[in-house]
Design a protein around this ligand. Structure first.
Ligand SMILES: *[C@@H]1O[C@H](CO)[C@@H](O)[C@H](O)[C@H]1NC(C)=O
Ligand SMILES: *[C@@H]1O[C@H](CO)[C@@H](O)[C@H](O)[C@H]1NC(C)=O
Ligand SMILES: *[C@@H]1O[C@H](CO)[C@@H](O)[C@H](O)[C@H]1NC(C)=O
Ligand SMILES: *[C@@H]1O[C@H](CO)[C@@H](O)[C@H](O)[C@H]1NC(C)=O
Ligand SMILES: *[C@@H]1O[C@H](CO)[C@@H](O)[C@H](O)[C@H]1NC(C)=O
Ligand SMILES: *[C@@H]1O[C@H](CO)[C@@H](O)[C@H](O)[C@H]1NC(C)=O
Ligand SMILES: *[C@@H]1O[C@H](CO)[C@@H](O)[C@H](O)[C@H]1NC(C)=O
Ligand SMILES: *[C@@H]1O[C@H](CO)[C@@H](O)[C@H](O)[C@H]1NC(C)=O
Length: 536
């Protein structure tokens, strides 16, 4: 009896272990993921035929729910994203008639042990995660540790409604505003927010609070079977708070360290958590792809500094838009520039994060304008950018499929001038340019490709085939200011259908020499100017 019972218990234990480990992903597995960020309140309504309006200026709950997100998982998966980052799920303060509006974004924590009922029930949240898992998708939950919210600022008195943090003097740093961001002590112990909504700074030095937070995150991840966490305001808590917290979560964690200085952000990767958002690259991309008159040198500088400062750039979270910054599309309207900025975050090492609405061409500026309701778009899957993200994610999958080291390969710049970069991350080569959609066709000689001679490549953006020459080099054509992204044709998966060199012979030949003289002459006549690339 006893042994039978323990065998059964062991089996149940093993089964429950596998249930818990099948989905959640660790840092290593995170490298292959592609993340789509939603603002839960703005992404999808429970009732798909509900078309209520949502004025972002009002800063109030517009009605998005976990059920709504669940119903739209196929829309996200359709673009090839496998991971969905959702807004914080815990109960927030209910504020009315406040200059800053309501807590629709989820960042104004009240009680960490309750859910935000505006987004649904416990069953709804479990159902979202469960359905995602059935589709082979993952849910990353946003968590806030540094503070709870209050409308009382300096007069704040915690009470039992705040759950575990219910004694003002015991649980909070004494009131002061963060004013001097160069003073790290102040950044960590003073309060964020303003007199409308203040973020009461939890005393994360206190051992009891540390264990409360660690037990909480462990329980949150286990209860809802979350696969990963995104951590808010990381730099506002001492660096050595984080390792135990992340280890208690037991899943991949990516942290927001909002700073453009690679050395500052890299210290958190060394001391707090392995993955952080790539703000240094974000600022460079936002500026370099903002206009055709900028050079791309800031992007190269950011990539190089990152390599020097970060111990592992392959775990950085790359993005060009999120809920805290104006959408990239709010200041860049040229589709070619937008597509090149996106191609850069996919072309270099790291994990791509895409903010909902980019695929529908949303253009909202600074918060709150960048939190538009997605249901107003009709979730059109025929939109150009929807298709473009599908291509980007398919390239990533094909490359992952083709090379077991793709996720851990660092990108190198194998060619550059003021307005073009050739990025090599084996087995993918991307040419990105900020010459804009009006740019004349240009031709680039690409060497140091890593490919052997007579390798057939396909530019999977234009679906043009190429053949490497005896040195593995080839001459690429860049049209309409769009990026060109090359994969070995044998490894491109279903991208560009069945295009082959023999079926589109005009731009390539089957011989190891890559281009016949007639097409070179034709191309040259179209080029103004001809851009020649030097291998570095
Ligand atoms: C806020 O309002 C919601 C909906 O009425 C309610 O369920 C929740 O308990 C309230 N939260 C707080 C902190 O009072
Ligand atoms: C405290 O409350 C008083 C009265 O409402 C207000 O005048 C004062 O500004 C508040 N203090 C802080 C630091 O918020
Ligand atoms: C108040 O805080 C203590 C310490 O965190 C906790 O044990 C207690 O449950 C809290 N009270 C409520 C009502 O949550
Ligand atoms: C930094 O901020 C802390 C907390 O506000 C303060 O006590 C300290 O004097 C500040 N240090 C400097 C050098 O300003
Ligand atoms: C982080 O660690 C790496 C490797 O150990 C080191 O080269 C780098 O200087 C460190 N960066 C910071 C900012 O501490
Ligand atoms: C981007 O372009 C817009 C106008 O098109 C300009 O207002 C803004 O300052 C530019 N941003 C940067 C970072 O150059
Ligand atoms: C991955 O490779 C397998 C077999 O090698 C192939 O069937 C599948 O279509 C490939 N997937 C992609 C996305 O390229
Ligand atoms: C493309 O190739 C696949 C597999 O190699 C084949 O099944 C399919 O029929 C081809 N499609 C076209 C349009 O040739």
């Amino acid at each position: 009896m006893y042994s039978k019972f323990s065998l059964l218990a062991a089996l149940i234990f093993v089964a429950s272990l596998s249930v818990n480990t099948v989905h959640a992903f660790d840092d290593n597995a995170a490298r292959s993921k592609s993340v789509y960020q939603v603002v839960t309140d703005r992404f999808a309504l429970t009732n798909p035929s509900d078309s209520r309006t949502c004025d972002t200026d009002d800063m109030v709950y517009c009605g998005g729910t976990w059920k709504g997100t669940e119903e739209k998982l196929d829309y996200i998966h359709g673009m090839g994203f496998d991971t969905v980052w959702i807004s914080p799920v815990v109960q927030n303060i209910n504020v009315t008639n406040n200059k800053l509006g309501e807590a629709y974004h989820g960042y104004w924590t009240h009680d960490i042990n309750e859910l935000n009922s505006h987004f649904g029930t416990e069953a709804d949240l479990k159902s979202l995660v469960n359905t995602a898992h059935k589709k082979g998708m993952y849910i990353m939950v946003d968590v806030v540790v540094n503070h709870v919210a209050t409308t009382q600022a300096g007069n704040f008195t915690a009470d039992s409604s705040y759950g575990p943090f219910n004694v003002t003097t015991r649980d909070f740093h004494s009131f002061c505003w963060v004013e001097d961001y160069t003073n790290q002590t102040q950044v960590e112990v003073c309060w964020l927010g303003d007199e409308n909504v203040a973020l009461a700074d939890v005393n994360t030095e206190d051992p009891t609070i540390v264990s409360t937070y660690n037990a909480w995150i462990k329980n949150l991840v286990a209860t809802y079977d979350f696969d990963a966490i995104r951590i808010d305001t990381v730099k506002h808590v001492r660096q050595n708070f984080w390792p135990d917290f992340v280890s208690a979560a037991g899943v991949h964690a990516v942290g927001e360290v909002l700073d453009g200085d690679p050395a500052y952000v890299a210290a958190y990767q060394n001391n707090s958590m392995s993955s952080v958002f790539n703000y240094p690259l974000y600022y460079a991309l936002d500026s370099a792809f903002n206009s055709t008159s900028k050079t791309l040198s800031d992007v190269v500088t950011a990539l190089n500094s990152n390599k020097q400062q970060f111990k592992d750039t392959t775990l950085l979270g790359n993005f060009i838009s999120n809920h805290d910054n104006p959408r990239f599309e709010s200041h860049v309207t040229d589709k070619a520039l937008i597509k090149n900025a996106v191609a850069t975050i996919y072309g270099v090492e790291g994990i791509p994060y895409v903010y909902y609405g980019q695929e529908q061409g949303y253009t909202g500026g600074a918060d709150p304008a960048n939190r538009e309701a997605l249901w107003l778009s009709g979730y059109e899957e025929s939109k150009d950018m929807y298709t473009y993200f599908t291509t980007m994610n398919a390239i990533r999958s094909a490359a992952n499929n083709a090379s077991s080291t793709y996720n851990t390969n660092q990108a190198t710049i194998i060619g550059q001038d003021d307005h073009n970069l050739v990025i090599r991350k084996d087995p993918v080569i991307s040419i990105v340019t900020n010459r804009g959609s009006k740019a004349a066709t240009s031709s680039m000689s690409i060497t140091n490709t890593g490919f052997t001679s007579a390798t057939e490549l396909t530019d999977v953006i234009s679906c043009t085939p190429y053949m490497t020459d005896s040195k593995g080099a080839f001459t690429a054509s860049v049209k309409n200011g769009l990026p060109a992204i090359f994969l070995p044709t044998s490894q491109k998966g279903s991208l560009c259908g069945n295009v082959t060199a023999s079926t589109t012979g005009s731009s390539s030949t089957k011989s190891a020499g890559y281009r016949d003289t007639a097409s070179i002459a034709l191309l040259a006549s179209l080029m103004l100017p001809v851009v020649a690339f030097m291998a570095i």
